[in-house]
Design a protein around this ligand. Structure first.
Ligand code: NAD
Length: 501
């Protein structure tokens, strides 16, 4: 189907009416159906099911049964085989998943195809971890044999956001399933479609019933109930810090465990000795990629003063070359904001930046050309003269807004970089190897890139310091949150003295 037909107002809505619970497609009991809006047109493009409290109860019961039944007892290599089959099916579905994700969240097809294809490799990696949950033998003395064994913790609730739905899902369900935990996935109410497609693939892969369940729904009902449910052992969540705090309250009664991947306000530091062309390639891309909707992006661009004016000019010129367009158009490099609320939020931060005294160098407006006027498109935006106390430098905007902050020397760069509640990612550009080491090791962030940005690998741990999160996703470390560590001590003598003799 050509692009114009897909985006036409006459195109039939994609219909998804069933939740996936206990290996079956079922209608919501106490939820209903909702329309999913295509952010490029502002019109509904799909109908999706919304589960409620009773649907979460059903899903937890099915997952619990799977946990007590086949899943935790299945040998790791058999779980691995199922995950590998899922990864193969996922790989074959990449073209279709990319189109659906582009419609649902507005990412451009050119980027999505690459990032979604890579997720097949992530699933393969997680499959390879399924028999690696190894314990240890602890030397004590001849009287006691001591060892640890790693056990899956139980039912896991995965709650995901709308900005990169398939990726945030992959790095949650991959390790949880590999560890032997059944999963209930509750995607964002804005982007449920690809989650339901994953259920279709899981069904085809042949996971035992209840091992993987998908219940789209609203945060305040389905999400909150999943968090409170006593039979859910861990919640793994990506989203806003404020939502994480609500979850902590909701989890108090059941002493719920949480893994969080929260916001970021990453410093992207350009030292004067950097390869400027490469640094600006990265810094502009990492301000505007995915329309600025990623917690990893370098939204604070720290530039050493001797090159500051030049870099601001380069950003201004580069902004003119960004092809903002319909997500399914191969020529588009930046799509819309993923929903109307996010568009409004970004535009409000443009006003905040201006009122706080930053200089709007370029952008800052909604795009109102004939083709894009109904979608949630916004111009690539650059603020200069920003200081780190301004709200646009402190708060997560989640729009294509670069806040450019000048600095003098290494010490000030590090001080500004760390002066934030967040600590997810950071980038720095320099030709000086000593400086690369010195600075990278003093930045308070879970992931630091030197002379590159946003490189990730399934085998490399990823997660936040400070308010950016708890636990790590990816890498071998990704398994730990989903495992319990049991220590067993066996006496070699069987002798126990009578203390009361
Ligand atoms: P959110 O954090 O409110 O929602 C994310 C997920 O949490 C969704 O699935 C939602 O249904 C669920 N949820 C919401 N309230 C819940 C609750 N009380 N209990 C359980 N689940 C709940 O994010 P949002 O509303 O989609 O976006 C709001 C802002 O968050 C955005 O403007 C953006 O700045 C930020 N955001 C950050 C990230 C990130 O990766 N750091 C991702 C998406 C959004």
């Amino acid at each position: 189907m050509d692009i114009a037909t897909q985006y036409s107002s006459n195109a039939a809505l994609h219909r998804y009416e069933h939740l996936y619970i206990g290996g079956e497609w079922v209608k919501p009991i106490d939820g209903g159906l909702a329309e999913s809006i295509d952010p490029a047109t502002g019109r509904p493009w799909a109908v999706v099911p919304m589960g409620g409290v009773e649907d979460i109860n059903r899903a937890v019961a099915a997952a619990r049964q799977a946990f007590q039944g086949p899943w935790r007892r299945m040998p790791g290599h058999e779980r691995a085989a199922l995950l590998r089959r899922f990864a193969d099916l996922f790989r074959d579905a990449v073209p279709e998943l990319s189109v659906l994700e582009a419609r649902d969240c507005g990412g451009v097809i050119r980027d999505l195809r690459v990032s979604i294809a890579a997720q097949a490799q992530y699933y393969q990696w997680f499959a390879s971890l399924a028999d690696k949950a190894q314990g240890r033998t602890i030397p004590i003395d001849d009287s006691m044999h001591v060892f640890t064994t790693m056990e899956p913790i139980g039912v896991v609730g995965a709650i995901t956001p709308w900005n990169v739905p398939l990726f945030t899902t992959c790095v949650k369900i991959g390790p949880a399933l590999a560890a032997g935990c059944p999963v209930i996935l509750k995607p964002s109410e804005h982007t449920s479609v690809t989650a339901l497609e994953l259920a279709r693939l899981a069904h085809e892969a042949g996971f035992p019933p209840g091992v993987f369940n998908v219940v789209p729904g609203y945060g305040h009902s389905a999400g909150a109930h999943l968090v409170q449910h006593p039979d859910v052992s861990r919640i793994t969540f990506t989203g806003e810090g404020g939502t994480a705090k609500k979850m902590l309250h909701g989890g108090i009664e059941t002493l719920k465990r949480f893994s969080f991947e929260l916001g970021g306000k990453a410093p992207h530091i350009l030292f004067a000795d950097a390869d400027l062309e490469q640094a600006v390639n990265a810094a502009t891309a990492m301000a505007w990629r995915n329309c600025g909707q990623s917690c990893a992006l370098g939204s604070r661009v720290l530039v050493e003063r001797p090159i500051y004016d030049r870099v601001v000019d380069m950003f201004r010129e580069r902004a003119k070359t960004v092809r903002v367009g319909m997500p399914l158009d191969e020529a588009s490099r930046m799509g819309p904001q993923a929903n109307e609320a996010q568009l409004k939020k970004t535009l409000s931060y443009v006003e905040i930046g201006k009122n706080d005294g930053a200089e709007l160098v370029t952008g800052g407006r909604r795009i109102e050309t004939a083709e894009l006027a109904n979608g949630y498109f916004v111009e690539p935006t650059v603020f200069a003269g920003v200081n780190n106390q301004m709200r646009i430098a402190r708060e997560e905007i989640f729009g294509p807004v670069a806040s450019m902050i000048p600095f003098d020397g290494e010490e000030e760069a590090i001080a500004i970089a760390n002066d934030t509640p967040f600590g997810l990612t950071a980038g720095l550009w320099t030709r000086d190897v000593g400086r690369a080491l010195r600075v990278s090791q003093r930045i308070e962030a879970g992931m630091v890139w030197v002379n590159t940005y946003n490189a990730t690998r399934w085998s490399a741990p990823y997660g936040g310091f400070k308010a950016s999160g708890w636990d790590r996703e990816m890498g071998i470390d990704a398994l730990a949150p989903f495992l319990e560590n049991r220590t067993t001590m066996i006496s070699t003598t069987g002798q126990f003295p009578n203390l009361y003799a």
